[in-house]
Design a protein around this ligand. Structure first.
Ligand code: PLP
Length: 393
C-alpha cells in the first residue's frame, strides 16, 4: 500500500503540552502516586445553581434537541451584549457585533482562518498562550514574536515593535489580564494598542478570559473609543463562570469582522446544544455576590497558599498579579524551568507548569494554577517543604 503521510502543516506543530503531560500524570496516578496537579486552569467548582437549573429544565423540552442557529440563540446574543454593558460599559449590537463560540480557544482558529493568508505576519507575545503560535503555524502564517518583559510590567515595548518590519503583518494577539504572567492592562496600554493597530492596519485581538479572577478593575480593549474598527475581543465563560467543560465563549467586534468569522465558523460547526445556551444566559446574569465569592474570595485564600509554595521553592513573584495563576521566577541555581518543574513532579508528586511552554521568555519562570482546593494546595506545600531543595533554602 502506498504510505499515508499527514499534511505538511502537522510538522509545524507538536501535540499540546498539557495533552502529553496529563497522560504522563495519569500513568503516575495509575501507579498510585497521587500527583497533586497545579497545572491547568480549570475551575474546580460548579457554575451557579441557576445555571444548572436552567440547563436541566431546558433539557426536558422536546424541542430543545435540534440544530441551533449558527449565530447562537437570540437570548444568548442579547445576554452577552448586556453582560459587556454591565461589566465593561461596552455597547455591542447583539444583532451583529457578537458571535457566541464553542470556547474562546476555537475563536483563535476562526480568526486566523478569516484574516490570514499563508505568509502573512502575526505578532504573538513571548511569553504567551501557546495556541496563538500553533494556530498561526497551522494556517501557514509567519509568527513574529514580540517580547514581554518583567521590567516593562509584561507589556509590549512599542519602540521595539515600531522597529520591526510590519509591512506584512495582519494580526496581533494580546491577552490582558495576561496569562501566564498575571499582568494587568491599563486603559493607556489599550489606547496605545488601538492606535498601533490603526496606524499599521493590524487587527488587534485581545483575548480576555481572566478579567474576573482576583481582579476588580475589569477592562476591555473595546472601551477605547473607535476600538471596534480594528479590534476583536475574545471572552470566555470557562474561568469567570466555572464553566470550562461547557465550551462557552464569545467574540465581539464590528459587524464586518464578525461576519467574516461567521463565514468560516458556519462551515465548521453547527451551533451549540440549546439547553447549554439557555443555561449560559442564566450564568451571564450571575449576581455580583456570586462573582465576588467565586472569583475573588475563593481564589484569595488559595493565592496565599500558592505564594507560600513559590517562596518555599525559592521563587520570587509580583504580588500584584491577577488571574487564576501565580507566576514566579525560579532561583538561579536551576538550569531552567523544566528542571525545577520535573524535580517538583518526580520528587514531590506535585505538577507545576514550566514557563518554557509559553515561549523562551518563560524559561526562568514557573506557573501555579489556583484551581485546586485549600487542602490540595496545603498538601502540595507540605510535600514541597519536604523536598531536599526546600531544605537548602
Ligand atoms: C490566554 C487564554 N486564552 C484562551 C483560553 C481558552 O479558553 P476557553 O476555555 O474559552 O477556550 C485559555 C485557557 O486556558 C487561556 O489561558
Amino acid at each position: 500500500m502506498k504510505p499515508i503521510i499527514p499534511a505538511e502543516r502537522l510538522s509545524s506543530i507538536t501535540e499540546y503540552y498539557f495533552s502529553t503531560k496529563l497522560k504522563e500524570i495519569a500513568e503516575m496516578n495509575a501507579k498510585g502516586m497521587n500527583v497533586i496537579s497545579l497545572g491547568i486552569g480549570s475551575p474546580d467548582l460548579p457554575p451557579s445553581a441557576e445555571t444548572i437549573e436552567a440547563l436541566c429544565q431546558s433539557a426536558t423540552d422536546d424541542k430543545a434537541h435540534g440544530y441551533q442557529p449558527y449565530v447562537g440563540i437570540p437570548e444568548l446574543r442579547n445576554a452577552f451584549a448586556e453582560w459587556y454593558k454591565k461589566w465593561f460599559s461596552v455597547e455591542l449590537n447583539p444583532a451583529n457585533e457578537v458571535q457566541p463560540l464553542i470556547g474562546s480557544k476555537e475563536g483563535i482558529l476562526h480568526i486566523s482562518l478569516a484574516f490570514l493568508n499563508p505568509g502573512d505576519g502575526v505578532l504573538v507575545p513571548n511569553p504567551g498562550y501557546p495556541t496563538y503560535s500553533s494556530v498561526s503555524n497551522l494556517v501557514q502564517a509567519k509568527v513574529l514574536t514580540y517580547d514581554l518583559d518583567e521590567d516593562n510590567n509584561w507589556q509590549p515595548d512599542f519602540e521595539a515593535l515600531e522597529k520591526m518590519d510590519l509591512s506584512n503583518v495582519k494580526l496581533m494577539w494580546v491577552n490582558y489580564p495576561n496569562m501566564p504572567t498575571g499582568a494587568s492592562a491599563t486603559p493607556e496600554l489599550f489606547e496605545k494598542l488601538v492606535a498601533f493597530g490603526k496606524k499599521h492596519g493590524i487587527v488587534i485581538c485581545n483575548d480576555n478570559p481572566y478579567s474576573f479572577i482576583l481582579n476588580e478593575n475589569r477592562l476591555s480593549i473595546l472601551q477605547v473609543p473607535g476600538a471596534k474598527d480594528i479590534c476583536i475581543e475574545l471572552n470566555s465563560m470557562s474561568k469567570s463562570h466555572n464553566m470550562p467543560g461547557w465550551r462557552m465563549g464569545v467574540l465581539a467586534s464590528n459587524p464586518q469582522f464578525v461576519q467574516w468569522v461567521l463565514k468560516v465558523k458556519s462551515n465548521i460547526d453547527s451551533g451549540q446544544f440549546k439547553p447549554m445556551q439557555v443555561a449560559a444566559v442564566a450564568a451571564l446574569n450571575n449576581s455580583e455576590e456570586w462573582h465576588t465569592k467565586m472569583n475573588i474570595e475563593l481564589y484569595s485564600n488559595r493565592r496565599q497558599l500558592a505564594e507560600e509554595i513559590l517562596k518555599t521553592l525559592g521563587c520570587t513573584f509580583d504580588s500584584k498579579q491577577v488571574g487564576m495563576f501565580l507566576w514566579g521566577k525560579i532561583p538561579a541555581k536551576y538550569k531552567d524551568s523544566g528542571e525545577l518543574a520535573d524535580k517538583v513532579l518526580y520528587e514531590s508528586k506535585v505538577f507545576i507548569t514550566p514557563g518554557f511552554i509559553f515561549g523562551d521568555k518563560g524559561n526562568r519562570y514557573v506557573r501555579l494554577s489556583l484551581c485546586a482546593n485549600d487542602k490540595m494546595l496545603g498538601d502540595a506545600l507540605e510535600r514541597i517543604k519536604q523536598l531536599s531543595i526546600a531544605g537548602q533554602q
